[in-house]
Design a binder for this molecule. Structure first.
Ligand code: FEO
Length: 397
């Protein structure tokens, strides 16, 4: 599907819908596909394209520009060098050789490395700098680490539209240009935040502070629907990046011969009896995007892992590595599981949590073979500890 659509006066969405993509970065599942949004702005003197599209979808962008009879692009604003937004810039420069790529110094450096573009095609700008299109004015705001150090946002002053690239994005391919389903936007936006933004939680606040003074009415991200209700994801981000955690345990596990599964089931029952919410993920069958989304505001992660070849089951180790990479704001981490002849799982797993130095490691519950009465007593004690900690340190769901 390809067509351009108006989101404001002489402002058009000309990007691409990728209905069938099911994996991003060869890691993140995309159950709803995604979009690579690009926006064309026709000023009285200059025409600008904000971001491009994944190179595999350039034909959609090209068709959309042709449908608007665009014969000249003066500036290509590159808000972020990752290839899903910059990958078609080389094609655009061939089609519109007069165009200049307008970006910040960090993004320019990456674009030159990724696409071997000559320095002569760039105009570098500084934060707060403006660019006149005649009757319209763009203003640039450096917003590093949403998603990479090069990321920036662009404000169209006269139309009160804030172009945010990855920030406030969602992986949704939809025929609807504007979001008209806040629940769907919130769900997809949360999952996207977990996968893309959560590792940079601590620096997002300063970026939101910077942008909050702008009188924008519309958020136009480079993934997912345009948002005329700017409060849905904005307010959700404020909650997600806060230090508040919910009375919830996330429990990813893997079990080979049911012993670890019996321990997981017992702990879940005890936690629920103590009014602690639990999200359980059977790791070999889990969509890691759902796991990431669940851990956004959880207080505790308990990893259920059997020993395998004298160490943690590799799938469990992967989950620990992933949680560490995503840097959620959890306060406690624990390990439960069964072993046969021994090993060093606790040290092995905790060594994977180097990014989470403020997280308290709970006393592990590990058992040789099938769980016994004493195993279940230890799990009861673990549930009691978690419930006590949560009652003093969490907010209600
Ligand atoms: Fe959508 Fe960081 O690229």
């Amino acid at each position: 599907m390809s067509f351009s659509r108006c989101i404001g006066s002489s402002v058009y969405a000309v990007g691409a819908l990728d209905w069938s993509r099911r994996l991003f970065d060869e890691l993140i599942p995309l159950p709803d596909g995604t979009s690579y949004n690009a926006y064309l702005i026709q000023g009285s003197e200059k025409t600008v394209l904000i971001d491009s599209v994944d190179p595999a979808c350039y034909h959609q962008l090209k068709t959309n520009l042709q449908a608007l009879s665009i014969e000249r692009i003066d500036y290509i604003i590159s808000q972020h060098a990752e290839q899903d937004h910059s990958g078609s810039i080389p094609f655009l420069l061939q089609a519109f050789p007069m165009a200049k790529v307008v970006t910040n110094p960090k993004c320019k450096d990456l674009l030159m490395a990724f696409h071997h573009l000559p320095e002569s095609v760039f105009i570098t700008i500084q934060t707060n700098e403006t660019l006149s299109l005649g009757n319209k004015t763009l203003q640039f705001f450096f917003t590093p680490w949403v998603h990479w150090p090069d990321t920036m946002c662009t404000y169209l002053q006269e139309d009160h539209i804030l172009f945010t690239c990855d920030l406030f994005g969602s992986h949704i391919a939809s025929s609807e240009l504007f979001s008209n389903d806040p629940c769907k936007l919130l769900s997809a936006g949360r999952r996207y935040y977990a996968e893309i933004m959560m590792p940079f939680r601590s620096v997002i606040a300063s970026n939101l502070n910077q942008l909050s003074s702008l009188p924008f009415d519309i958020i136009a991200p480079s993934h997912g629907p345009v948002q005329s209700d700017k409060s849905v994801l904005w307010n959700a981000y404020l909650e997600w990046i806060s230090d508040k955690v919910h009375n919830k345990v996330v429990l990813p596990y893997v079990s080979m011969h049911e012993s670890t599964k019996l321990m997981v089931d017992h702990l879940v029952n005890r936690l629920v009896q103590k009014n602690v919410a639990v999200d359980v993920f059977d790791l070999p069958k889990t969509d890691v995007g759902e796991l990431a989304s669940s851990v956004v505001d959880a207080a505790t992660v308990i990893l259920g892992a059997p020993f395998m070849l004298a160490g943690a089951h590799p799938v469990a180790a992967y989950a620990a590595y992933l949680v560490n990479a995503l840097r959620p704001k959890i306060k406690w981490f624990g390990i439960i599981g069964s072993f046969g002849w021994g090993g060093k799982m606790t040290d092995q797993i905790t060594s994977l949590l180097g990014n989470m130095k403020s997280v308290e490691i709970l006393e592990p519950v590990l058992e040789k073979g099938a769980p016994t009465h004493s195993t279940f007593q230890n799990l009861d004690a673990l549930a009691e500890t978690i419930a006590t900690y949560h009652s003093q340190n969490t907010v209600s769901l």
